[in-house]
Write a protein that binds this ligand. Structure first.
Ligand SMILES: [Mg+2]
Length: 407
Protein backbone atom coordinates (compact mmCIF):
# COMPACT_ATOMS: atom_id res chain seq x y z
CA UNK A 1 0.00 0.00 0.00
CA UNK A 2 1.95 2.99 -1.30
CA UNK A 3 1.34 6.55 -0.16
CA UNK A 4 0.12 8.48 -3.18
CA UNK A 5 -0.63 11.84 -1.60
CA UNK A 6 -0.68 13.83 1.63
CA UNK A 7 -3.41 16.45 1.94
CA UNK A 8 -3.60 19.08 4.67
CA UNK A 9 -6.62 21.10 5.74
CA UNK A 10 -6.20 24.16 7.92
CA UNK A 11 -9.53 24.55 9.69
CA UNK A 12 -10.59 27.71 11.48
CA UNK A 13 -13.89 28.82 12.95
CA UNK A 14 -13.02 32.27 11.55
CA UNK A 15 -14.19 30.94 8.19
CA UNK A 16 -17.72 30.77 9.58
CA UNK A 17 -17.77 34.53 10.12
CA UNK A 18 -17.01 35.17 6.47
CA UNK A 19 -13.24 35.37 6.47
CA UNK A 20 -11.71 33.52 3.58
CA UNK A 21 -7.96 33.78 3.90
CA UNK A 22 -5.67 32.89 6.72
CA UNK A 23 -4.03 36.32 6.69
CA UNK A 24 -7.25 37.93 7.88
CA UNK A 25 -7.49 35.59 10.81
CA UNK A 26 -4.01 35.37 12.18
CA UNK A 27 -5.12 37.34 15.24
CA UNK A 28 -3.71 36.24 18.53
CA UNK A 29 -4.78 37.06 22.03
CA UNK A 30 -1.57 38.14 23.67
CA UNK A 31 -1.07 37.75 27.41
CA UNK A 32 -1.64 40.79 29.57
CA UNK A 33 1.66 42.50 30.04
CA UNK A 34 3.05 43.92 33.24
CA UNK A 35 1.23 47.26 33.00
CA UNK A 36 -1.06 46.32 35.86
CA UNK A 37 1.19 45.25 38.68
CA UNK A 38 -1.14 46.22 41.49
CA UNK A 39 -1.91 43.58 44.03
CA UNK A 40 -0.72 40.03 44.32
CA UNK A 41 -0.26 38.32 40.98
CA UNK A 42 1.24 35.09 42.14
CA UNK A 43 4.86 34.18 42.53
CA UNK A 44 5.37 33.72 38.84
CA UNK A 45 5.06 36.72 36.63
CA UNK A 46 3.50 37.05 33.18
CA UNK A 47 6.57 35.56 31.50
CA UNK A 48 5.04 32.11 31.45
CA UNK A 49 1.63 33.07 30.11
CA UNK A 50 0.79 31.55 26.77
CA UNK A 51 -0.52 33.23 23.65
CA UNK A 52 -4.02 32.10 22.76
CA UNK A 53 -5.86 32.26 19.44
CA UNK A 54 -8.85 34.48 18.81
CA UNK A 55 -10.53 31.73 16.79
CA UNK A 56 -10.44 27.97 17.03
CA UNK A 57 -8.07 26.40 14.53
CA UNK A 58 -6.57 23.02 13.88
CA UNK A 59 -4.79 21.10 11.15
CA UNK A 60 -6.17 17.90 9.64
CA UNK A 61 -3.91 15.57 7.67
CA UNK A 62 -5.19 13.08 5.12
CA UNK A 63 -2.87 10.35 3.81
CA UNK A 64 -4.11 8.78 0.58
CA UNK A 65 -2.98 5.39 -0.71
CA UNK A 66 -2.39 4.35 -4.30
CA UNK A 67 -5.70 2.49 -4.20
CA UNK A 68 -7.57 5.61 -3.08
CA UNK A 69 -7.96 4.67 0.60
CA UNK A 70 -7.80 7.63 2.96
CA UNK A 71 -6.70 7.95 6.54
CA UNK A 72 -7.23 11.08 8.65
CA UNK A 73 -5.15 12.56 11.42
CA UNK A 74 -4.89 15.79 13.34
CA UNK A 75 -2.00 18.00 14.42
CA UNK A 76 -2.79 20.16 17.41
CA UNK A 77 -2.40 23.65 15.96
CA UNK A 78 -4.50 26.21 17.81
CA UNK A 79 -1.89 28.95 17.36
CA UNK A 80 -0.26 29.83 14.01
CA UNK A 81 -1.54 26.61 12.38
CA UNK A 82 0.18 27.52 9.11
CA UNK A 83 3.45 26.45 10.70
CA UNK A 84 2.19 22.90 11.29
CA UNK A 85 0.71 22.87 7.79
CA UNK A 86 4.04 23.95 6.28
CA UNK A 87 5.96 21.32 8.25
CA UNK A 88 3.64 18.58 6.96
CA UNK A 89 3.58 19.85 3.39
CA UNK A 90 7.18 20.91 2.92
CA UNK A 91 9.03 18.49 5.22
CA UNK A 92 7.09 15.36 6.17
CA UNK A 93 5.05 14.69 3.05
CA UNK A 94 8.12 14.51 0.77
CA UNK A 95 9.65 11.98 3.20
CA UNK A 96 6.70 9.58 3.23
CA UNK A 97 5.10 9.96 -0.21
CA UNK A 98 5.84 6.91 -2.35
CA UNK A 99 6.66 4.70 0.66
CA UNK A 100 4.68 1.71 1.96
CA UNK A 101 2.11 3.15 4.36
CA UNK A 102 2.08 0.02 6.50
CA UNK A 103 5.57 0.67 7.87
CA UNK A 104 4.40 3.21 10.41
CA UNK A 105 7.25 2.79 12.91
CA UNK A 106 10.07 3.29 10.39
CA UNK A 107 8.20 6.19 8.80
CA UNK A 108 7.82 7.76 12.23
CA UNK A 109 11.56 7.49 12.88
CA UNK A 110 12.35 9.02 9.50
CA UNK A 111 10.07 11.98 10.25
CA UNK A 112 11.45 12.37 13.79
CA UNK A 113 15.05 12.21 12.57
CA UNK A 114 14.53 14.70 9.77
CA UNK A 115 15.14 17.65 12.10
CA UNK A 116 17.32 15.90 14.66
CA UNK A 117 20.12 18.43 14.36
CA UNK A 118 17.76 21.40 14.35
CA UNK A 119 15.24 20.85 17.16
CA UNK A 120 12.75 18.10 16.60
CA UNK A 121 11.53 16.87 19.94
CA UNK A 122 8.45 18.96 20.55
CA UNK A 123 6.40 21.90 19.37
CA UNK A 124 5.42 22.35 15.75
CA UNK A 125 7.56 19.48 14.44
CA UNK A 126 6.17 16.97 16.93
CA UNK A 127 2.63 18.24 16.32
CA UNK A 128 3.01 17.88 12.56
CA UNK A 129 4.40 14.34 13.00
CA UNK A 130 1.39 13.59 15.20
CA UNK A 131 -1.00 14.53 12.43
CA UNK A 132 0.73 12.30 9.87
CA UNK A 133 1.13 9.40 12.29
CA UNK A 134 -2.54 9.40 13.29
CA UNK A 135 -3.54 9.51 9.62
CA UNK A 136 -1.29 6.50 8.92
CA UNK A 137 -2.96 4.47 11.70
CA UNK A 138 -6.42 5.41 10.46
CA UNK A 139 -5.38 4.44 6.93
CA UNK A 140 -3.98 1.10 8.12
CA UNK A 141 -7.26 0.47 9.92
CA UNK A 142 -9.20 1.02 6.71
CA UNK A 143 -6.76 -1.19 4.82
CA UNK A 144 -7.04 -4.02 7.36
CA UNK A 145 -10.72 -3.33 8.10
CA UNK A 146 -9.99 -3.22 11.81
CA UNK A 147 -10.17 -0.55 14.50
CA UNK A 148 -6.90 1.06 15.55
CA UNK A 149 -7.17 -0.41 19.05
CA UNK A 150 -7.10 -3.88 17.48
CA UNK A 151 -4.02 -3.01 15.42
CA UNK A 152 -2.33 -1.91 18.66
CA UNK A 153 -2.81 -5.35 20.20
CA UNK A 154 -6.44 -5.45 21.23
CA UNK A 155 -8.55 -3.70 23.82
CA UNK A 156 -8.48 -3.82 27.60
CA UNK A 157 -11.70 -1.82 27.41
CA UNK A 158 -13.70 -0.34 24.58
CA UNK A 159 -15.89 1.82 26.85
CA UNK A 160 -13.59 4.41 28.35
CA UNK A 161 -14.20 6.93 31.11
CA UNK A 162 -14.16 10.65 30.28
CA UNK A 163 -14.13 13.73 32.45
CA UNK A 164 -15.81 17.03 31.71
CA UNK A 165 -13.06 19.62 31.36
CA UNK A 166 -13.74 23.22 32.29
CA UNK A 167 -16.35 24.70 34.59
CA UNK A 168 -17.45 27.75 32.59
CA UNK A 169 -19.70 30.44 34.03
CA UNK A 170 -19.66 34.19 34.50
CA UNK A 171 -20.64 33.90 38.15
CA UNK A 172 -20.12 31.33 40.85
CA UNK A 173 -23.82 30.48 40.56
CA UNK A 174 -23.35 29.78 36.85
CA UNK A 175 -20.39 27.57 37.62
CA UNK A 176 -22.33 25.58 40.19
CA UNK A 177 -25.07 25.15 37.59
CA UNK A 178 -22.47 23.90 35.10
CA UNK A 179 -21.39 21.30 37.65
CA UNK A 180 -24.98 20.12 38.13
CA UNK A 181 -25.43 19.81 34.37
CA UNK A 182 -22.25 17.77 33.96
CA UNK A 183 -23.19 15.46 36.84
CA UNK A 184 -26.68 15.08 35.35
CA UNK A 185 -25.08 14.05 32.04
CA UNK A 186 -23.35 11.25 33.89
CA UNK A 187 -19.83 12.67 34.26
CA UNK A 188 -18.40 11.82 37.65
CA UNK A 189 -15.19 13.78 37.22
CA UNK A 190 -14.85 17.47 36.34
CA UNK A 191 -11.82 19.68 35.85
CA UNK A 192 -11.61 23.29 36.95
CA UNK A 193 -8.85 25.84 36.60
CA UNK A 194 -7.04 27.86 39.22
CA UNK A 195 -3.92 29.99 39.24
CA UNK A 196 -5.19 33.57 39.25
CA UNK A 197 -4.95 35.76 42.33
CA UNK A 198 -3.70 35.05 45.82
CA UNK A 199 -3.63 31.58 47.29
CA UNK A 200 -6.62 32.49 49.44
CA UNK A 201 -8.57 33.76 46.43
CA UNK A 202 -7.85 30.55 44.58
CA UNK A 203 -8.95 28.48 47.55
CA UNK A 204 -12.17 30.50 47.63
CA UNK A 205 -12.76 29.62 43.97
CA UNK A 206 -12.02 25.91 44.24
CA UNK A 207 -13.60 25.05 47.62
CA UNK A 208 -17.25 25.72 46.61
CA UNK A 209 -16.81 23.65 43.44
CA UNK A 210 -15.44 20.76 45.47
CA UNK A 211 -18.26 21.09 48.02
CA UNK A 212 -20.86 21.19 45.25
CA UNK A 213 -19.58 17.90 43.87
CA UNK A 214 -19.26 16.35 47.31
CA UNK A 215 -19.26 12.58 47.16
CA UNK A 216 -20.99 12.52 43.76
CA UNK A 217 -17.74 12.75 41.83
CA UNK A 218 -14.13 13.83 41.72
CA UNK A 219 -12.62 17.24 41.04
CA UNK A 220 -9.49 17.71 38.93
CA UNK A 221 -7.66 21.01 39.42
CA UNK A 222 -5.47 22.54 36.71
CA UNK A 223 -3.14 25.39 37.72
CA UNK A 224 -1.56 25.96 34.27
CA UNK A 225 1.89 26.31 35.84
CA UNK A 226 0.94 29.25 38.03
CA UNK A 227 2.68 28.33 41.29
CA UNK A 228 6.17 28.23 42.64
CA UNK A 229 7.13 25.20 44.71
CA UNK A 230 6.26 26.64 48.13
CA UNK A 231 2.78 27.79 47.07
CA UNK A 232 2.20 24.55 45.19
CA UNK A 233 2.95 22.55 48.35
CA UNK A 234 0.57 24.73 50.36
CA UNK A 235 -2.15 24.50 47.74
CA UNK A 236 -1.69 20.75 47.40
CA UNK A 237 -2.31 20.29 51.13
CA UNK A 238 -5.48 22.39 50.78
CA UNK A 239 -6.65 20.25 47.85
CA UNK A 240 -5.92 17.03 49.69
CA UNK A 241 -8.03 18.19 52.65
CA UNK A 242 -11.00 18.82 50.35
CA UNK A 243 -11.25 15.03 50.10
CA UNK A 244 -12.51 14.67 46.53
CA UNK A 245 -9.65 16.02 44.42
CA UNK A 246 -8.38 13.40 41.98
CA UNK A 247 -5.29 15.26 40.78
CA UNK A 248 -3.45 18.58 40.85
CA UNK A 249 -2.44 19.39 37.26
CA UNK A 250 0.46 21.50 36.03
CA UNK A 251 1.12 23.25 39.35
CA UNK A 252 4.56 24.41 38.15
CA UNK A 253 5.89 25.46 34.76
CA UNK A 254 7.16 22.35 32.93
CA UNK A 255 10.77 23.56 33.03
CA UNK A 256 10.78 23.16 36.84
CA UNK A 257 11.80 19.53 36.71
CA UNK A 258 13.39 19.43 40.14
CA UNK A 259 10.38 21.25 41.56
CA UNK A 260 8.06 18.59 40.16
CA UNK A 261 10.12 15.83 41.75
CA UNK A 262 10.07 17.58 45.13
CA UNK A 263 6.37 18.36 44.88
CA UNK A 264 5.46 14.77 43.97
CA UNK A 265 7.62 13.47 46.80
CA UNK A 266 6.17 16.05 49.20
CA UNK A 267 2.48 15.32 48.53
CA UNK A 268 2.03 11.59 49.03
CA UNK A 269 -1.71 12.00 49.56
CA UNK A 270 -2.46 13.85 46.33
CA UNK A 271 -1.67 12.93 42.73
CA UNK A 272 0.44 15.38 40.78
CA UNK A 273 -0.45 15.30 37.07
CA UNK A 274 1.45 16.77 34.14
CA UNK A 275 2.77 15.93 30.69
CA UNK A 276 0.82 17.70 27.96
CA UNK A 277 4.04 19.53 27.06
CA UNK A 278 6.09 16.34 27.05
CA UNK A 279 6.10 15.10 23.47
CA UNK A 280 8.17 11.92 23.28
CA UNK A 281 9.37 8.91 25.23
CA UNK A 282 12.75 10.50 25.95
CA UNK A 283 11.34 13.47 27.84
CA UNK A 284 8.89 11.21 29.64
CA UNK A 285 11.69 8.79 30.59
CA UNK A 286 13.57 11.58 32.33
CA UNK A 287 10.46 12.65 34.24
CA UNK A 288 9.71 9.10 35.32
CA UNK A 289 13.23 8.30 36.47
CA UNK A 290 12.98 10.76 39.34
CA UNK A 291 9.20 10.59 39.69
CA UNK A 292 8.14 14.08 38.63
CA UNK A 293 4.44 13.18 38.58
CA UNK A 294 1.91 10.55 39.59
CA UNK A 295 -0.24 10.80 36.45
CA UNK A 296 0.93 11.50 32.88
CA UNK A 297 -1.17 13.58 30.50
CA UNK A 298 0.21 13.11 26.97
CA UNK A 299 -1.70 14.74 24.13
CA UNK A 300 -1.87 12.40 21.14
CA UNK A 301 -1.94 15.32 18.68
CA UNK A 302 1.21 16.81 20.18
CA UNK A 303 3.16 13.79 21.43
CA UNK A 304 4.05 12.23 18.11
CA UNK A 305 0.65 10.72 17.43
CA UNK A 306 -0.66 7.25 18.24
CA UNK A 307 2.76 5.59 17.87
CA UNK A 308 4.58 7.72 20.41
CA UNK A 309 1.66 8.06 22.83
CA UNK A 310 1.46 4.26 22.93
CA UNK A 311 5.19 4.10 23.69
CA UNK A 312 4.81 6.77 26.39
CA UNK A 313 1.95 4.80 27.94
CA UNK A 314 4.03 1.60 27.99
CA UNK A 315 6.95 3.42 29.53
CA UNK A 316 4.74 4.96 32.21
CA UNK A 317 3.31 1.54 33.01
CA UNK A 318 6.79 0.24 33.72
CA UNK A 319 7.00 2.90 36.44
CA UNK A 320 3.56 2.10 37.84
CA UNK A 321 2.06 5.32 36.49
CA UNK A 322 -1.26 5.73 34.71
CA UNK A 323 -2.00 8.10 31.89
CA UNK A 324 -4.93 10.28 30.87
CA UNK A 325 -5.52 11.57 27.35
CA UNK A 326 -5.18 15.34 27.02
CA UNK A 327 -7.67 16.93 24.62
CA UNK A 328 -8.26 20.63 24.02
CA UNK A 329 -9.08 22.77 20.97
CA UNK A 330 -9.49 20.06 18.37
CA UNK A 331 -11.82 17.75 16.48
CA UNK A 332 -13.25 14.28 17.20
CA UNK A 333 -10.18 12.84 15.41
CA UNK A 334 -8.11 13.98 18.38
CA UNK A 335 -10.57 12.57 20.89
CA UNK A 336 -10.78 9.26 19.02
CA UNK A 337 -7.01 8.87 18.58
CA UNK A 338 -6.46 9.24 22.32
CA UNK A 339 -9.29 6.83 23.09
CA UNK A 340 -7.92 4.13 20.78
CA UNK A 341 -4.55 4.26 22.53
CA UNK A 342 -6.47 4.28 25.82
CA UNK A 343 -8.41 1.17 24.84
CA UNK A 344 -5.19 -0.66 24.01
CA UNK A 345 -3.18 0.25 27.14
CA UNK A 346 -3.62 -1.30 30.58
CA UNK A 347 -2.71 1.85 32.48
CA UNK A 348 -5.19 4.21 30.81
CA UNK A 349 -7.18 6.25 33.32
CA UNK A 350 -9.54 8.67 31.60
CA UNK A 351 -9.95 10.96 28.59
CA UNK A 352 -10.44 14.68 28.74
CA UNK A 353 -13.70 15.89 27.19
CA UNK A 354 -13.72 19.69 26.94
CA UNK A 355 -16.98 21.22 28.10
CA UNK A 356 -17.14 23.27 24.86
CA UNK A 357 -16.58 20.23 22.65
CA UNK A 358 -20.19 19.23 21.96
CA UNK A 359 -21.09 22.73 20.71
CA UNK A 360 -17.84 23.52 18.91
CA UNK A 361 -18.01 23.74 15.09
CA UNK A 362 -14.82 21.64 15.19
CA UNK A 363 -16.58 19.05 17.39
CA UNK A 364 -19.17 16.42 16.47
CA UNK A 365 -20.76 18.91 14.03
CA UNK A 366 -17.78 18.29 11.74
CA UNK A 367 -18.55 14.58 11.53
CA UNK A 368 -21.13 12.11 10.38
CA UNK A 369 -19.82 9.72 13.02
CA UNK A 370 -17.83 10.72 16.09
CA UNK A 371 -17.12 9.34 19.56
CA UNK A 372 -19.76 10.65 21.93
CA UNK A 373 -19.92 10.48 25.72
CA UNK A 374 -22.80 8.64 27.28
CA UNK A 375 -23.15 8.66 31.06
CA UNK A 376 -19.56 9.82 31.47
CA UNK A 377 -17.87 7.30 29.21
CA UNK A 378 -17.18 6.89 25.50
CA UNK A 379 -17.37 3.72 23.44
CA UNK A 380 -14.81 3.11 20.72
CA UNK A 381 -16.44 0.68 18.36
CA UNK A 382 -15.46 -1.90 15.77
CA UNK A 383 -15.42 0.47 12.81
CA UNK A 384 -12.20 0.45 10.78
CA UNK A 385 -9.50 2.94 11.72
CA UNK A 386 -10.46 5.60 14.20
CA UNK A 387 -14.17 5.15 13.55
CA UNK A 388 -14.57 8.85 12.75
CA UNK A 389 -16.39 9.83 9.59
CA UNK A 390 -15.92 13.44 8.57
CA UNK A 391 -18.68 15.44 6.92
CA UNK A 392 -16.98 16.68 3.73
CA UNK A 393 -19.37 19.63 3.37
CA UNK A 394 -18.69 20.83 6.91
CA UNK A 395 -14.98 20.28 6.34
CA UNK A 396 -15.12 22.55 3.28
CA UNK A 397 -16.99 25.22 5.25
CA UNK A 398 -14.19 25.39 7.83
CA UNK A 399 -11.16 24.96 5.56
CA UNK A 400 -9.14 28.15 5.19
CA UNK A 401 -6.17 26.63 3.40
CA UNK A 402 -5.73 23.27 1.67
CA UNK A 403 -2.48 21.86 0.33
CA UNK A 404 -1.56 18.58 -1.39
CA UNK A 405 1.72 16.85 -2.03
CA UNK A 406 1.50 13.82 -4.31
CA UNK A 407 3.69 11.43 -6.27
MG1 LIG B 1 -3.93 21.25 31.49
Amino acid sequence: MRIKAVHTYLLSTAKLSGQTTYEETAGLVLPERAADTSGYRGRLDERHRCVYPRDRSTLLVCVESDSGLRGWGEAHAPVVPRVAQTVVTDLLAPIIVGQDARHIAPLWEQMFSSMRLRSHTQGFTAEAISGVDIALWDLLGHYRQEPVWMLLGGAFNTRLPAYSSGVPGATQEDRLETIEQALAQGFNALKCSCGRGSLQEQMDVVRPLSEAIGTRGRLLVDAHGAFDLADALTFARFLQDLGNVEWFEDPLVPEERDGYARLTEGTPGLRIAMGETECNRYGVRDRLLNRQCDVLLPDVCRAGGISETWRIAQLADAFGIGWASHVSISTPLHLAAGLHVGAATANFLVSEYPSHFAESPLGPALCRRAPTPQKGSIEVGDEPGLGVELDEARLAELTLAQQTISV
